[in-house]
Design a protein around this ligand. Structure first.
Ligand SMILES: *[C@@H]1O[C@H](CO)[C@@H](O)[C@H](O)[C@H]1NC(C)=O
Ligand SMILES: *[C@@H]1O[C@H](CO)[C@@H](O)[C@H](O)[C@H]1NC(C)=O
Ligand SMILES: *[C@@H]1O[C@H](CO)[C@@H](O)[C@H](O)[C@H]1NC(C)=O
Ligand SMILES: *[C@@H]1O[C@H](CO)[C@@H](O)[C@H](O)[C@H]1NC(C)=O
Ligand SMILES: *[C@@H]1O[C@H](CO)[C@@H](O)[C@H](O)[C@H]1NC(C)=O
Ligand SMILES: *[C@@H]1O[C@H](CO)[C@@H](O)[C@H](O)[C@H]1NC(C)=O
Ligand SMILES: *[C@@H]1O[C@H](CO)[C@@H](O)[C@H](O)[C@H]1NC(C)=O
Ligand SMILES: *[C@@H]1O[C@H](CO)[C@@H](O)[C@H](O)[C@H]1NC(C)=O
Ligand SMILES: *[C@@H]1O[C@H](CO)[C@@H](O)[C@H](O)[C@H]1NC(C)=O
Ligand SMILES: *[C@@H]1O[C@H](CO)[C@@H](O)[C@H](O)[C@H]1NC(C)=O
Ligand SMILES: *[C@@H]1O[C@H](CO)[C@@H](O)[C@H](O)[C@H]1NC(C)=O
Ligand SMILES: *[C@@H]1O[C@H](CO)[C@@H](O)[C@H](O)[C@H]1NC(C)=O
Length: 503
């Protein structure tokens, strides 16, 4: 008898939300209505106290070891909404340049002064658009791309779910693609994409080669990739603007709950499970009709701690991070880029903080080292001994990129932020790993203080680390990986710490 709608509307009808007009008749009328509301509400409260939540919702909370009450619902909502803070970052920086539905190109690869995203790659030029389909559909014009250059136009909902991709891995034909929020006729298009949410992000990446000497080609390609509004319709929601991100609380958890409330109707849950379970939980947490109000019984610190405990339980489960050998592991591929099961709100929240807008496993792999936080004195170095070339397709690439302890690129005299297939790295015998031949075999990457120059035969294989012994991390990326990268057949690099190799 008690379904999700009853719960949602129960909270949404809370009388304190009513506005009163100033006519005496109106006031008497409103007070009467308010009185009746209170009676009804008190009655319904006794029902809610005695009646369990509908089972999809209570089961979802229990599956995450959360209590089936307002505090558990708040913990759930914090996990659920966490990626929206990352959406906010991208939307804020993109929307200030104009509106949604415009592709904004960065025109260059990231440098040590880049602060817009954490852990940027230096392999691709990024371009992004916030799409808003509430009043129009959008046409993406995808120009023809030359052979063997990785490019990816990936579509994400605000929670970071990669619901569609075009590009080299999917061998997309050049042409016009229709992006819409409802399925309709696809005649006249190369393809059509239906977005599960009215708003989201299009993130375009195009590989740069030859020490950035080809950036002009990449910029021209991105400049030719355009978005055009088409099929105007009656708006389902007001247009998204930067003002939608105003007035957020300084308390992170509360700002997440506020964002979740604001985007509840524009970014509805994607799956049937979520559609059945999530609205009831959000309502129980105090998220209603676009805004958040904290239920009196809820202690936000406690709810945040519960959310953290669920997250730790997930990260401590071995199957969440299958091992690739030699200390490398990877977030379970069913949890990167696609989040379609109940448990997935935890990896979704985790990847949002670490790797928002990460791609699905066929597009990219991001293996991590067990001990992610590395550090060196100026007399030490790490050697990454590769068993052979990382397995990527002809249009793929790989890199190991250096970040400081805040996740930014490390400035160094060489302006070198990554080492990979385009770095002129050599085998120990001095021959190019990516020369004209097809030789393969072991080679080494040297991670050493940016101010401690190695002998010249190491220069190409050298990844400069921060000077002065501060902590750092590296990210290994494989774009367009082949199956050997994750089926256990490729032996991942052995990482050892030893003495610095000095010129
Ligand atoms: C929800 O908000 C809309 C627009 O502000 C308002 O018209 C409506 O009455 C509200 N509904 C409830 C149940 O509070
Ligand atoms: C990238 O180039 C385009 C076209 O020249 C220009 O409009 C845009 O402002 C540039 N973006 C940045 C970040 O410089
Ligand atoms: C649109 O059509 C596709 C393929 O026919 C289907 O899988 C999808 O569920 C439909 N989406 C909507 C929103 O109707
Ligand atoms: C690799 O070598 C080529 C040819 O000497 C040079 O043009 C290119 O800039 C080098 N790339 C890097 C990253 O040093
Ligand atoms: C590669 O580009 C960087 C930055 O422009 C430059 O400092 C470096 O000298 C270049 N390396 C080669 C080998 O051309
Ligand atoms: C972009 O379009 C211009 C004009 O049509 C064309 O000359 C140029 O080759 C295109 N650039 C790329 C990378 O396709
Ligand atoms: C970008 O493309 C437009 C036409 O679509 C062209 O007018 C403009 O010159 C191009 N800008 C650059 C920097 O290539
Ligand atoms: C932010 O606060 C201002 C002033 O109270 C208000 O006009 C505006 O609507 C608020 N914006 C949001 C998104 O809540
Ligand atoms: C958030 O913090 C800033 C700076 O500390 C302060 O100016 C602002 O009033 C605070 N906002 C809220 C909503 O507490
Ligand atoms: C909220 O919960 C935290 C953590 O359990 C606790 O330390 C704190 O005393 C609680 N605050 C209130 C007001 O109950
Ligand atoms: C939850 O985890 C985050 C990130 O690790 C941390 O910043 C925060 O302090 C934790 N909060 C609680 C209440 O444990
Ligand atoms: C550089 O030369 C030394 C001595 O021949 C050799 O041991 C080392 O492997 C070489 N390094 C690279 C990256 O080729």
């Amino acid at each position: 008898m008690n379904n999700g709608r009853r719960h949602s509307s129960l909270y949404c009808q809370y009388p304190s939300r009513r506005k009163f007009a100033l006519s005496p008749v109106r006031i008497i009328f409103d007070l009467t209505v308010m009185f009746l509301y209170h009676l009804l509400f008190a009655y319904l409260l006794t029902i809610i106290e005695c009646t369990p939540l509908p089972s999809p919702s209570s089961n979802l909370l229990r599956s995450l070891d959360l209590p089936v009450d307002e505090t558990g619902a708040t913990a759930f909502s914090i996990l659920y909404g966490t990626p929206l803070t990352n959406f906010l970052q991208i939307a804020k920086s993109t929307l200030v340049y104009g509106e949604s539905n415009i592709l904004y190109s960065h025109n260059t690869t990231a440098t040590a002064s880049t602060r817009t995203v954490v852990r940027p790659n230096v392999d691709t030029v990024y371009a992004e658009a916030i799409f808003d389909l509430s009043a129009t559909d959008v046409v993406l014009t995808l120009p023809a791309m030359e052979e063997d250059r990785f490019y990816l136009a990936a579509f994400f909902d605000p929670y970071g779910d990669n619901f569609a991709s075009l590009g080299s891995v999917s061998s997309s034909a050049a042409g016009k693609y229709l992006l819409q929020s409802k399925n309709s006729s696809c005649v006249g298009y190369e393809g059509c994409i239906t977005s599960p949410t009215a708003i989201g992000t299009l993130l375009f990446r195009v590989e740069v080669k030859n020490n950035n000497t080809d950036v002009a080609y990449v910029d021209s390609y991105l400049n030719n990739s355009t978005l055009t509004d088409i099929n105007p319709h009656t708006p389902s929601h007001p247009a998204l603007t930067v003002a939608d991100f105003d007035n957020l609380s300084n308390t992170t958890a509360i700002s997440v709950l506020q964002l979740t409330a604001r985007f509840e109707t524009r970014a509805v849950p994607e799956t049937a499970l979520f559609q059945a379970a999530v609205p009831v939980i959000l309502a129980l947490a105090g998220i209603c009709n676009g805004s958040y109000s904290q239920p009196a019984s809820v202690n936000i610190t406690l709810a945040t701690a519960l959310a953290n405990t669920s997250t730790s339980a997930f990260t401590d489960t071995p199957s969440s991070y299958p091992s690739l050998g030699n200390g490398w592991s990877i977030l379970n591929s069913s949890y990167i880029g696609t989040y379609d099961s109940g448990m997935a709100i935890i990896p979704r929240a985790l990847t949002a903080t670490e790797l928002y807008l990460g791609n699905t496993a066929n597009e990219a792999l991001y293996p991590t080292l067990g001990t992610t936080q590395l550090s060196l004195t100026d007399s030490e170095a790490y050697l990454f001994t590769f068993s052979g070339k990382p397995p990527v397709a002809d249009d793929g690439f790989w890199s190991v990129t250096m970040y400081d302890n805040e996740g930014y690129l490390v400035s160094n005299p060489e302006n070198k932020f990554a080492v990979g297939d385009r770095s002129n790295i050599t085998f120990p015998n001095g021959e190019l790993v990516y020369g004209s031949g097809t030789e393969d075999g072991t080679f080494q990457v040297l991670v050493q203080d940016a101010n401690s120059n190695p002998p010249s035969n190491w220069t190409a294989n050298w990844l400069p680390a921060p000077s002065g012994g501060s902590d750092f991390t590296v990210t290994f990326r494989l774009y367009a990986p082949t199956t050997e990268a994750s089926d256990g057949s490729y032996v991942y690099p052995v990482v050892t710490k030893g003495a610095a190799i000095l010129a």
